[in-house]
Design a protein around this ligand. Structure first.
Ligand SMILES: [Zn+2]
Length: 256
Protein backbone atom coordinates (compact mmCIF):
# COMPACT_ATOMS: atom_id res chain seq x y z
CA UNK A 1 0.00 0.00 0.00
CA UNK A 2 1.50 3.30 -0.99
CA UNK A 3 1.72 6.11 1.54
CA UNK A 4 0.49 9.64 1.06
CA UNK A 5 3.64 11.38 2.22
CA UNK A 6 5.57 13.57 -0.16
CA UNK A 7 9.21 12.53 -0.41
CA UNK A 8 12.14 14.59 -1.66
CA UNK A 9 15.37 12.73 -2.40
CA UNK A 10 18.45 14.79 -3.24
CA UNK A 11 20.37 13.20 -6.12
CA UNK A 12 22.84 16.07 -6.22
CA UNK A 13 23.02 19.84 -5.87
CA UNK A 14 26.51 20.95 -6.94
CA UNK A 15 27.03 23.93 -9.22
CA UNK A 16 28.25 24.73 -11.79
CA UNK A 17 30.02 21.39 -12.12
CA UNK A 18 29.78 18.17 -10.11
CA UNK A 19 32.23 17.37 -7.33
CA UNK A 20 33.57 13.90 -6.61
CA UNK A 21 30.75 13.17 -4.20
CA UNK A 22 27.99 15.50 -5.36
CA UNK A 23 26.35 15.49 -8.82
CA UNK A 24 24.79 18.69 -10.14
CA UNK A 25 21.16 19.60 -9.49
CA UNK A 26 18.66 16.76 -9.50
CA UNK A 27 15.94 15.50 -7.20
CA UNK A 28 13.46 12.67 -7.06
CA UNK A 29 10.04 13.76 -5.83
CA UNK A 30 7.64 10.95 -5.07
CA UNK A 31 4.39 10.12 -3.37
CA UNK A 32 2.99 6.63 -3.40
CA UNK A 33 3.55 5.23 -6.86
CA UNK A 34 4.16 8.62 -8.51
CA UNK A 35 7.76 9.57 -9.23
CA UNK A 36 9.12 12.71 -10.88
CA UNK A 37 12.76 13.47 -11.73
CA UNK A 38 13.09 17.19 -11.02
CA UNK A 39 16.08 18.66 -12.85
CA UNK A 40 18.52 16.38 -14.63
CA UNK A 41 21.88 17.94 -13.86
CA UNK A 42 25.16 16.24 -14.71
CA UNK A 43 25.62 13.02 -12.81
CA UNK A 44 22.08 12.65 -11.46
CA UNK A 45 20.93 9.82 -13.74
CA UNK A 46 23.25 7.42 -11.88
CA UNK A 47 21.90 7.92 -8.34
CA UNK A 48 18.36 8.24 -9.69
CA UNK A 49 18.53 4.53 -10.48
CA UNK A 50 18.98 3.69 -6.80
CA UNK A 51 15.30 4.54 -6.56
CA UNK A 52 13.61 4.21 -9.96
CA UNK A 53 14.29 3.08 -13.52
CA UNK A 54 13.79 5.49 -16.38
CA UNK A 55 10.78 3.56 -17.61
CA UNK A 56 9.17 3.82 -14.17
CA UNK A 57 9.22 7.63 -14.08
CA UNK A 58 5.89 9.40 -14.36
CA UNK A 59 7.49 12.63 -15.57
CA UNK A 60 10.63 14.73 -15.77
CA UNK A 61 10.45 18.44 -14.90
CA UNK A 62 13.31 20.77 -15.92
CA UNK A 63 13.69 24.25 -14.40
CA UNK A 64 15.94 25.71 -17.11
CA UNK A 65 18.46 24.67 -19.72
CA UNK A 66 21.76 25.40 -18.00
CA UNK A 67 23.79 22.19 -18.18
CA UNK A 68 23.98 21.75 -14.41
CA UNK A 69 20.19 21.29 -14.44
CA UNK A 70 19.58 19.50 -17.74
CA UNK A 71 22.65 17.76 -19.20
CA UNK A 72 21.67 14.26 -18.10
CA UNK A 73 18.63 14.43 -20.38
CA UNK A 74 21.12 13.63 -23.13
CA UNK A 75 22.26 10.36 -21.59
CA UNK A 76 18.71 9.60 -20.48
CA UNK A 77 17.71 9.82 -24.14
CA UNK A 78 20.24 7.14 -25.08
CA UNK A 79 19.14 5.03 -22.14
CA UNK A 80 15.49 5.32 -23.05
CA UNK A 81 15.94 4.36 -26.71
CA UNK A 82 19.13 2.39 -27.28
CA UNK A 83 19.77 0.11 -24.33
CA UNK A 84 17.98 -2.36 -22.10
CA UNK A 85 14.96 -0.18 -21.41
CA UNK A 86 11.71 -0.56 -23.34
CA UNK A 87 9.48 2.42 -22.79
CA UNK A 88 5.77 1.69 -22.90
CA UNK A 89 5.35 5.33 -23.94
CA UNK A 90 7.60 8.41 -24.18
CA UNK A 91 8.39 9.91 -20.76
CA UNK A 92 6.40 13.11 -20.14
CA UNK A 93 8.94 15.94 -20.06
CA UNK A 94 8.06 19.43 -18.83
CA UNK A 95 10.60 22.14 -19.53
CA UNK A 96 11.26 25.66 -20.78
CA UNK A 97 10.22 26.75 -24.28
CA UNK A 98 12.61 25.38 -26.89
CA UNK A 99 13.72 22.35 -24.88
CA UNK A 100 12.88 19.80 -27.61
CA UNK A 101 14.83 21.70 -30.24
CA UNK A 102 17.82 22.14 -27.97
CA UNK A 103 17.97 18.42 -27.24
CA UNK A 104 17.44 17.53 -30.89
CA UNK A 105 20.25 19.76 -32.09
CA UNK A 106 22.69 18.22 -29.66
CA UNK A 107 21.66 14.65 -30.35
CA UNK A 108 21.25 14.78 -34.12
CA UNK A 109 24.27 13.53 -36.01
CA UNK A 110 22.65 13.42 -39.43
CA UNK A 111 20.62 16.04 -41.30
CA UNK A 112 17.53 14.30 -39.92
CA UNK A 113 15.95 15.48 -36.71
CA UNK A 114 16.73 13.16 -33.83
CA UNK A 115 13.80 11.05 -32.69
CA UNK A 116 13.49 13.03 -29.49
CA UNK A 117 9.73 12.51 -29.36
CA UNK A 118 10.29 8.75 -29.14
CA UNK A 119 11.95 9.21 -25.76
CA UNK A 120 10.17 12.25 -24.36
CA UNK A 121 6.63 13.61 -24.65
CA UNK A 122 7.52 17.30 -24.38
CA UNK A 123 5.29 19.97 -22.86
CA UNK A 124 6.66 23.51 -22.77
CA UNK A 125 6.15 25.40 -19.52
CA UNK A 126 4.72 28.89 -19.21
CA UNK A 127 4.11 31.14 -16.22
CA UNK A 128 1.28 29.60 -14.23
CA UNK A 129 1.44 26.22 -16.02
CA UNK A 130 -0.39 23.46 -14.17
CA UNK A 131 -0.16 19.74 -14.62
CA UNK A 132 -1.39 16.64 -12.82
CA UNK A 133 1.18 13.84 -12.71
CA UNK A 134 -0.19 10.75 -11.03
CA UNK A 135 -1.15 11.79 -7.52
CA UNK A 136 0.88 15.02 -7.69
CA UNK A 137 -0.22 18.49 -8.79
CA UNK A 138 2.46 20.76 -10.29
CA UNK A 139 2.29 24.52 -10.64
CA UNK A 140 5.18 26.26 -12.42
CA UNK A 141 6.03 29.96 -12.26
CA UNK A 142 8.50 31.92 -14.38
CA UNK A 143 11.40 33.20 -12.28
CA UNK A 144 14.32 35.58 -12.74
CA UNK A 145 17.50 33.89 -13.98
CA UNK A 146 18.46 35.74 -17.16
CA UNK A 147 17.13 32.94 -19.38
CA UNK A 148 13.71 31.26 -19.38
CA UNK A 149 13.55 29.57 -15.97
CA UNK A 150 10.86 28.18 -13.71
CA UNK A 151 10.15 27.28 -10.11
CA UNK A 152 7.64 24.59 -9.23
CA UNK A 153 5.16 23.84 -6.45
CA UNK A 154 4.39 20.15 -6.04
CA UNK A 155 1.39 19.19 -3.93
CA UNK A 156 -0.53 16.15 -2.83
CA UNK A 157 -3.14 15.60 -0.15
CA UNK A 158 -2.51 18.95 1.52
CA UNK A 159 1.29 18.67 1.54
CA UNK A 160 3.46 20.99 -0.49
CA UNK A 161 7.05 21.33 -1.69
CA UNK A 162 8.33 24.33 -3.62
CA UNK A 163 11.59 24.23 -5.56
CA UNK A 164 13.15 27.51 -6.64
CA UNK A 165 15.19 26.25 -9.58
CA UNK A 166 17.79 28.95 -10.20
CA UNK A 167 16.62 32.50 -9.65
CA UNK A 168 17.23 35.85 -8.08
CA UNK A 169 14.70 36.72 -5.38
CA UNK A 170 11.45 37.54 -7.20
CA UNK A 171 7.75 37.99 -6.39
CA UNK A 172 6.67 34.98 -8.44
CA UNK A 173 8.80 32.62 -6.33
CA UNK A 174 7.55 34.16 -3.09
CA UNK A 175 3.95 33.87 -4.27
CA UNK A 176 4.44 30.28 -5.37
CA UNK A 177 5.99 29.37 -2.02
CA UNK A 178 3.31 31.04 0.11
CA UNK A 179 2.51 28.81 3.08
CA UNK A 180 4.33 25.79 1.66
CA UNK A 181 5.45 23.00 3.97
CA UNK A 182 8.97 22.90 2.53
CA UNK A 183 10.88 25.40 0.40
CA UNK A 184 13.88 23.91 -1.42
CA UNK A 185 15.71 27.09 -2.35
CA UNK A 186 19.00 27.81 -4.00
CA UNK A 187 21.76 29.82 -2.29
CA UNK A 188 24.36 30.06 -5.00
CA UNK A 189 25.90 33.46 -4.42
CA UNK A 190 28.44 34.26 -1.72
CA UNK A 191 27.61 37.92 -2.18
CA UNK A 192 25.08 39.90 -4.16
CA UNK A 193 26.32 41.29 -7.49
CA UNK A 194 25.60 44.80 -8.71
CA UNK A 195 21.94 45.75 -8.79
CA UNK A 196 20.21 44.50 -11.90
CA UNK A 197 22.71 41.69 -12.45
CA UNK A 198 21.44 39.26 -9.84
CA UNK A 199 20.41 35.83 -11.14
CA UNK A 200 20.79 33.83 -7.90
CA UNK A 201 20.02 34.01 -4.18
CA UNK A 202 22.59 34.77 -1.51
CA UNK A 203 21.98 32.77 1.68
CA UNK A 204 20.40 35.88 3.23
CA UNK A 205 18.06 36.09 0.23
CA UNK A 206 17.19 32.42 0.74
CA UNK A 207 16.22 33.05 4.36
CA UNK A 208 14.25 36.15 3.37
CA UNK A 209 12.32 34.31 0.66
CA UNK A 210 11.40 31.54 3.10
CA UNK A 211 10.33 34.07 5.75
CA UNK A 212 8.30 36.25 3.39
CA UNK A 213 6.55 33.21 1.93
CA UNK A 214 5.82 31.78 5.38
CA UNK A 215 7.44 28.44 4.50
CA UNK A 216 7.27 25.83 7.23
CA UNK A 217 10.78 24.56 6.61
CA UNK A 218 13.73 25.60 4.44
CA UNK A 219 16.14 23.29 2.66
CA UNK A 220 19.14 25.15 1.30
CA UNK A 221 20.50 23.83 -1.99
CA UNK A 222 22.71 24.72 -4.98
CA UNK A 223 25.37 26.30 -2.81
CA UNK A 224 28.07 27.86 -4.98
CA UNK A 225 31.79 27.18 -4.97
CA UNK A 226 32.59 30.22 -2.83
CA UNK A 227 30.45 29.08 0.10
CA UNK A 228 30.34 25.97 2.25
CA UNK A 229 26.98 24.36 3.08
CA UNK A 230 27.59 25.20 6.75
CA UNK A 231 28.13 28.88 5.92
CA UNK A 232 25.09 28.98 3.67
CA UNK A 233 22.80 27.44 6.32
CA UNK A 234 24.18 29.72 9.06
CA UNK A 235 23.68 32.85 6.97
CA UNK A 236 20.17 31.83 5.85
CA UNK A 237 19.17 31.04 9.44
CA UNK A 238 19.78 34.68 10.41
CA UNK A 239 16.77 35.57 8.25
CA UNK A 240 14.46 32.59 8.85
CA UNK A 241 13.23 31.35 12.21
CA UNK A 242 11.98 27.94 11.10
CA UNK A 243 13.89 24.68 10.72
CA UNK A 244 16.66 24.70 8.11
CA UNK A 245 18.54 21.84 6.49
CA UNK A 246 21.11 21.48 3.74
CA UNK A 247 20.21 19.38 0.69
CA UNK A 248 22.99 16.87 1.24
CA UNK A 249 23.21 14.42 -1.67
CA UNK A 250 21.59 11.09 -0.89
CA UNK A 251 19.23 12.53 1.73
CA UNK A 252 15.51 11.81 1.61
CA UNK A 253 13.19 14.30 3.30
CA UNK A 254 9.63 13.24 4.08
CA UNK A 255 6.97 15.94 4.08
CA UNK A 256 3.75 15.57 5.99
ZN1 LIG B 1 21.27 28.27 -13.88
Amino acid sequence: MSDELLHLTVLGCATPYPSADNPCSGYLVSSGDTRIWVDAGSGTLGPLQRHVRLDELDAIWISHLHADHSADLLTAYYGALYADIRLAAPIPLYGPPGIAGRLASFLTNTPARSPIESAFAVTELHDGHRADVGSLQLTSRAVSHGIPAFAVRIETAGKSLVYSGDTAPCPSLTELAEGCDVLLCEAESAQAPAEGEQVHHTPEDTGNTASTAGAGRLIVTHVGRFLTPRQAVARASARFDGPIDYAAPGTTFSIG
